[in-house]
Design a binder for this molecule. Structure first.
Ligand code: GDP
Ligand code: IMO
Ligand code: MG
Length: 422
């Protein structure tokens, strides 16, 4: 598996961190290709819990870890995670940070927060970490990149240009305090020293690794349905988490990718606003949230919970070119007598479809058509392979695989690294 993309197939928090950590055991390089500290990837190893926001999950196993040009970087979060690595006995020199990645500046965070407040009930429900405003400035070509902090003169110029506009917005539109050029400059000149040892050429490093026949993993943050172009816009993030984002975000050609590993929960969760056809009605939602510990890693918000949505998963298979799937958190469903699965959407005109609607209004009004599967009502602790799963649990996995036409290679039955059936 020389070049493998691991991509979220739903609305995020599928357990990508855990799957990446597992696959990293057989990999030489792990890369993050988009997103920033809006991500929260949890990895549980030897009873120790890691919650990574900025770094690739490969760091947990001490694997060389790359942050690509497509990422946005919060310098403080990066520095804090470098310290975390040191505290846990991992040499941070395994991390390479692309000089082309954009920096999340303090005004991006302020604007994200102020913009959400202003939107009121129309808010996106962002993580308020400055992600959208940073990507917007990147597209407007007024962003500040990691390499800009390495030259104090360039850094000052760029901050000055940015603040000339941002401070007007902050004061006149959002009614919040402006930023002081000297203060921000001093703070980021300070980061320069801390970031400099990590800055490198991510594209060249990955290209050379692939030429040398090494195994490279590309770790997506967020997920398919949060993709800026192909997700449930505007309730999306501001980057391209889908698999095609990997070559763009790292700087290699699309022909280099060998396989795409989709990660899906055995049910669905979503944080933030937006339509969600398979959202569970009634008390079962709170029950599933408690059983699955479905509270945001970054924001602590309650995750909305739904039964598995095959229509949305079929879309994820198409958009990403998923070649195999990991189904996580099957153990969480062990408590339910019946397990509805959304196999089709019923549209406003009464017709039913297996395909994700191309038009937003069709999606907003889509009603789930359920197929109800039998639960297994016993813990999955005894199974050490897929064949040893209780009959009903095996049938559940089989239904997903059949409906999608994709093999399910891994099934998660617990949070710890070893709680995976192959
Ligand atoms: P990510 O953002 O996709 O990496 O996922 P998160 O880490 O935000 O959320 C997944 C949560 O489920 C974390 O708390 C994981 O420790 C946990 N988890 C992952 N796989 C499994 C599994 O198979 N079973 C259970 N019970 N928990 C899991
Ligand atoms: P991981 O990598 C789940 C959601 C936010 C919001 C929308 C936009 O842990 O799966 P943003 O701050 O990116 O502008 O917010 O996207 N969101 C996530 N939801 N998991 C994530 O990351 C997410 N990152 C962003 O809740 O709805
Ligand atoms: Mg997460």
């Amino acid at each position: 598996m020389p070049a493998t993309v691991v991509v979220g197939a739903q609305w995020g928090d599928e357990g990508k961190g855990k799957i990446v950590d597992l696959l990293a055991q057989d990999s030489d390089v792990v890369c993050r290709y988009q997103g920033g500290p809006n991500a929260g990837h949890t990895i549980v190893v030897d009873g120790e819990t890691w919650k990574l926001r900025q770094m690739p999950s490969g760091v947990v196993s001490g694997t060389q870890s790359v942050i690509g040009a497509g990422c946005v970087v919060d310098a403080q979060v990066f520095v804090d995670e470098v310290d975390l690595l040191k505290t846990r006995g991992i040499d941070p020199s395994i991390v390479v940070l692309s000089g082309n990645a954009h920096l999340i500046m303090p005004w991006h965070v302020t604007i994200d927060q102020a913009s959400e407040r202003r939107l009121g009930k129309l808010q996106i429900g962002t993580t308020r970490r400055g992600i959208g405003p940073t990507y917007a400035d990147k597209a407007s070509r007024i962003g500040i990149r990691v390499q800009d902090v390495l030259d104090a003169k360039i850094l000052r110029e760029k901050i000055e240009v940015a603040l000339a506009e941002k401070n007007l917005w902050l004061e006149r539109i959002y009614d919040v305090a402006p930023f002081d050029l000297e203060e921000v400059w001093a703070q980021y000149a300070g980061f320069a020293e801390q970031l400099a040892p990590f800055v490198g050429d991510a594209s060249l490093l990955v290209d050379q690794a692939l030429h040398a026949g090494k195994n490279v993993l590309f770790e997506g943050a967020q997920a398919t349905m949060l993709d800026l172009d192909h997700g449930t816009y505007p309730f999306v993030t501001s980057s391209n988490p889908i698999a095609s984002g990997a070559p763009t975000g790292i700087g290699i050609g699309p022909t280099r990718i060998d396989r795409v590993f989709g990660v899906s929960k055995a049910y669905v969760t979503r944080v933030g606003e937006g339509p969600f056809p398979s959202e569970i009605p009634g008390d079962d939602q709170a029950r599933l949230r408690e059983l699955g510990g479905e509270f945001g890693t970054v924001t602590g918000r309650e995750r909305r919970c739904g039964w598995l949505d095959i229509v949305a998963l079929r879309y994820a298979v198409r958009i990403n070119g998923i070649t195999s799937l990991a189904l996580t958190k099957l153990d969480v469903l062990s408590d339910f007598a019946e397990l509805p699965v959304c196999v089709r959407y019923r549209l406003r005109d009464g017709s039913e479809t297996e395909h994700f609607p191309a038009h937003q209004s069709d999606f907003h009004h889509a009603q789930p058509v359920w197929e109800v599967l039998e639960g297994w009502r016993q813990p999955l602790d005894d199974a050490s392979s897929l064949d040893e799963l209780p009959r009903a649990a095996h049938a559940y996995v089989e239904l997903v695989s059949q409906a999608l036409g994709v093999p399910i290679e891994l099934v998660g039955v617990g949070a710890a690294r070893e709680r995976v059936l192959a």
